[in-house]
Design a protein around this ligand. Structure first.
Ligand SMILES: [Zn+2]
Ligand SMILES: [Zn+2]
Ligand SMILES: [Zn+2]
Length: 122
């Protein structure tokens, strides 16, 4: 018996990433278009034009952050040594804080606000 198997592979129009199964770390292929579209919407991809244009979740997140700013909540103080070149306050503590954006997972940093607890949009 001979069978022809057609499988559908999708990739992001922006960064060119193929969609991947994060758990297994390999490219995912689909048997049907609707299967692909369902997986994409479940995985946070943006699908426009019924699959003609695709953006992976990471690109969607980065675009959203570029427009609206990063999502930052839990800032951690930088614990660098004196020689890092970071700015230090009068007590010799580094004034830098960092966190990972909850949306695009980019490392962002800021200067520690003068008043503790002040929220600042990065
Ligand atoms: Zn992408
Ligand atoms: Zn972000
Ligand atoms: Zn530092």
């Amino acid at each position: 018996m001979m069978t022809t198997t057609v499988c559908i592979a999708v990739s992001c129009d922006t960064c060119g990433d193929a969609c991947r199964d994060e758990e297994r770390g390999r490219t995912v292929y689909f048997g049907t278009e609707s299967e692909a579209l369902e997986w994409l919407s479940r995985s946070g991809w943006h699908v426009t034009g019924n699959g003609r244009a695709l953006s992976c979740a990471q690109c969607v997140a980065e675009r959203t952050c570029a427009e609206h700013g990063h999502v930052t909540r839990h800032w951690a103080d930088c614990e660098c040594s004196q020689s890092s070149g970071h700015h230090q306050d009068d007590d010799g503590r580094c004034t830098r804080q960092f966190t990972w954006c909850e949306r695009c997972l980019t490392l962002v940093h800021r200067d520690r606000p003068a008043v503790p607890g002040t929220r600042e949009v990065a």
